[in-house]
Design a protein around this ligand. Sequence first.
Ligand code: SF4
Length: 950
Amino acid sequence: MSYFVIDFEVTNLNRYIVVDLETTGNRPDIDKIIQVGAVLIEDHEIKDVFSSFVYTDREIPPFLQELTGITPEKLKDAPTIEEVMLKLLPMLEGSIFVAHNAVFDIAFIQNTLEDLGYMPFSGLIIDTLQLSRILLPMAQSYKLELIADELEISLDRPHRADEDSMATAKLLLQLLAQLNEMPLVYLQRLHQLAQSNNQDLSFIIEDIIAKKLNNYQENDDRFMIINQLALLMTEEEYQENQEYEFDQIQFESMFDENGLLFNNFPNFELRPAQKGMSNEVWNAFLDQTHLMVEAGTGTGKSLAYLIPSVFWTKQQNEKIVIATHTINLQEQLFQRDIPLLKKILPFDFSATILKGRSNYLCLRKFEQHLMQVNQINLSIDGMTDLGQVLTWVTLTKTGDVEEINLSQTGRSLWNEISSDPDSCLNHMCPWFRSCFYHRARQRAQTADLIITNHSLLLTNLKADNRILPGFNYLVIDEAHQFEEVATKHLGFELNQYQFSYFIQKYYKDGKTGFLVKAMNDFYQSQDPDQFVIANKIKNNVIPLISKVESNIQDYFNLLGEFVDQFVKNQDSNRKTLRIVERVKQRKEWEKIQEQAENIIIDLTEWANLMEDIIQQLRNLEVEESLLVDFTGYLKEIREVSLTFSEWNHANDLNMVFWVETVIKRKKIFSYLFAAPIEVGSFVKEFLFDKLDSVILTSATLSVNGSFNYASNWFGFDSKDEELRKIKLPSPFNYKEQALVCIPKDIPNIQEVSEERYIEHLAKNIADIAISLNGRTLVLFTSHQMLQKTYDLLKIILEPYQIKVLGHGIDSNSRSKLTKRFISDKQTILLGTNSFWEGVDVPGESLSALVIVRLPFTPPNHPIHEAKTERLRAKRKNPFMELSVPQAVVRFKQGFGRLIRTQKDKGVVIVFDKRIVESRYGKAFINSLPDVDIKYQQFTKLLQNINDWIN
Ligand code: SF4
C-alpha cells in the first residue's frame, strides 16, 4: 500500500493542535469517529478552530447518544471522515498533538490516517490529563468538565468535541502559563523525570528551560532552593505571649444579644443551648472535671466549646487539644470558626492543625526517590506520580497529603515517601529546618489550640504522650465515634497487599527497592568491606526475601481456601471467620499455623541478617542516614514478625481475632484483623485519669434519655461522678419541621422471601420519590439490598425522569454522589454505611429520608460477638445493653440527616415495624426529638406525606 506523506515534524514548539473526538465506542479498530473538534494554538494564542460531525453508518449505542446528544439524525448529512481529515491535516502538520487522555484520541487518528492511506502521525504528543495531574496536584478531579469548572473555563456542553476541544485548549494555555512560572530547579527536575520515560513533554520543558536560562534573572524570592528542590517560602507565625485585660470582655456575654457574635454577624441567631453548653464547658475547665454534652443538631456546638477554650487557654496559659473524627470538621474549625473568632475577639490566639505523622511528606525520602530516577526507566504512571508530588512539594505550605489528589499508584508512592519515626534523622537531617512534620510539631508546641483527630490522640497515648506537646485540657468532638476508632487503633490489620508492599519496599523485580539500591551502591563504592556487605545482601538476604514472599503467597492461599470451605452460611463473595477454639482445633488450621511459623522464622532470620549488616556498617564510614534507614527497616521487619506471630497464636483473651475474605477476579483475598474487646478501661486510665478536664460532645450520645451506654465507651460506669453529663435540645422545632411515618403494611422480612420484600420496598420508595419528584435519601444497612432495590427503582422511575444514584454503583465517593444529589433535585440517592452520618443536605434537595431497616450490627460480627459473650458472662442482657443502644445511636445519626437548618422541612419513613411493634422499639422512638409519628397503611401515609410537605 502506498501512503500519502505528510510532514508531521515539529518545527515550532509553540504550535499545538488540540483535538477532541466523539466516537461510537472505545475500540479504534472497530468504532468510528462521529465528531471532530480541533483548536490550533500558536504562540500562546488560539489561531484557528475547526469542528464537524462525521457521517457513519455504524450504530451509535443509545447511552452514547444520550451522553453526547449525537444521534444518527444529526449525522445524516455530515461530511465523510475523508472530507473531514482533509480539513484537519493542515492543522496537524507541524503541530504538537494535544488531547485530554491523548491515548484515546491519537489511536483513532492513527487508525483513520492508516485507513485513508496516510502515514501515521509522528509528531510530539501531549496529554493534558497527564499534564494536569502533574501541574495541578491539588485539583479535586482531572475529568475535563470538573477541572474546567475548577479553573473557571466555560464548558456548557461536555462530551461534544467542539466544546471539549476548546475547553482543552484553554486548559493547555493555563498549564503552559503555569509551567513558565515555575522555578528553574523545578523545571530541571521535571525534565529529568520526563526524560526517564522518553516523554514528549521533555521537549516542551527543555524549551522553557532554555528560554529561562537566556533571560536568567535573580532568584525567584517566592521560593527557597534546598538540595535542588524549590520550596515555597513560608513564615512561621510564632505567637508571642501578650498580657490581655480579660476583665474587658467576658466569654459569657459573647452569646448574648449585643454580644460580640451578635454585633459582628448579621445572621447570628441567639441559641440558649449554645450559650448553656459554653457555660458548661467553662465550668468543667474551672472545676477540673470531665463533661459529656449531647448537643442536638443546630446547637452550634463548635463555637460553644471553642469560645470557652480560647478564653481558658489565654487566661490560664494552658494548651487545649481539640480532637475530631472527620477531616471535614477539622477543616471547618480551622478554616471557618477559628478565623471568625480571630476577627472578632479583641485579643489574639494561635491555633494549628496537627495530623498523624504519615500525613506529612518526608523530604529526605522524596529526594532519595528522585535520585533513583537516573537508574531506572519510569513507567508513565510512575513519572506522572513523581511529577505530581514534585509540583506539590514546590507549592505546598503544609506538606499534608490531604492537599494532593493522588492516584492509586500515587498512594503506593506516598507510603514510600511519607514521614515515619523509624527512618527520621531528626536534627541530623539536612532537611530538618524545612521538614513539614517537624515544622507542624513546632507550631503545635507554641499554639494555644491544637486541632487534631481521634487517631492521633490515640497514637499519642500509645507513644507515651511523645507526639503531642503536653496538655491538660481536651475536647473530643464527634465523640460517638471515639470507641470505634479506639478499637481499630488499639488493634491491627494485616493483609496480602500490605505484605506484598512490605516485601517490595526492599526488593522488587531485582531492580528497585531499598536493599537493591543499597547493594548497588555498596558494589559501586570500591570499598572491599562494602563489597562484602553487598555480597551478603545478594547471596543471603535477597534469596531469603524471595522465600518469604512465596511462603506468604502460599499462606494466604491456604487461609483463603480454608475460610471458603469452613464458612458455609455466608455470602459466598465475602466471608468472616472468627478465630476461636473450634477453628484452632481443625487439622487444616494447624497446617496454616505451621506455614505462618515458617514465615516468622524466616522473618527473624532476615532481621538477624539486617542486624549483622548494621553492625558491619557501624564500623565503616558510611553516612548516618544509611544507618538510620537500615535501623528503621530492621524495626519494621521485627514489628511485622511480632504482629503476625500475635495473630497466628490468637491467644490474647482480651482481644478478638478474625479473618475476612473477599473474592475478586475469581481469587480469594484475605484480611487478618485483631481488636481489643473493650477499650474503656485503657481510655479511662490513660486519658481521663491523667487530664484535668475532658469534654466529650456529639449530637448522638444518649439512648432513651440515658448516657450509660456512651459512658461505658470511655470506661465510666453509670454512677461515676467524675463525668458530668448534660443533654441540650436542638433549636429546631421538630414538631413543625419533621414527621415520622411507619408503614403498617410493609411485610416482615422474616416472613416473606427477600425478593418479595425488596419488590414491596422498591415500589413504596418509588411512590414516595414520584410524589416528591425525587428529593429522597434512602439509607440501607446492606449493600446487597441496596443493589437489588436500585435495579428495580431504575426501571420504575425511568418514565418519571427521576434519576437514581447508588453508592458503590454510580460512584464510591460519598461527596461526589451528594453533590450530584444536591445539584439535581429530581434525584433519589441510595446509600449505606457512611451515608448514615456523613451527609449534609440542607434545603429542598432533601424532603424525604427513608430508613429501610433499623441499623443493628450483624450479631455474628466478631467484635460484637465477643462483646456479647462478655456481657453474658457478667449476667447482663447483651441485646438490651449492646445491640439496641448501638443501633439507636446509629438511628439517631441517620435521622439527623433530614433537618439541617431551621428552614428545613421533611419526612422520615421507617420501613421497619419493629420500631413500633417490638418491646425495644420504644428506645428508638424515645431517643428522637419531640416529633409526630404516624403508623398507617402506606397509601394513607403517602397522602399524609404529600399534605405535610406541601
Ligand atoms: S527530619 Fe525526618 S521526616 Fe523530616 S525530612 Fe528529615 S528524615 Fe524526613
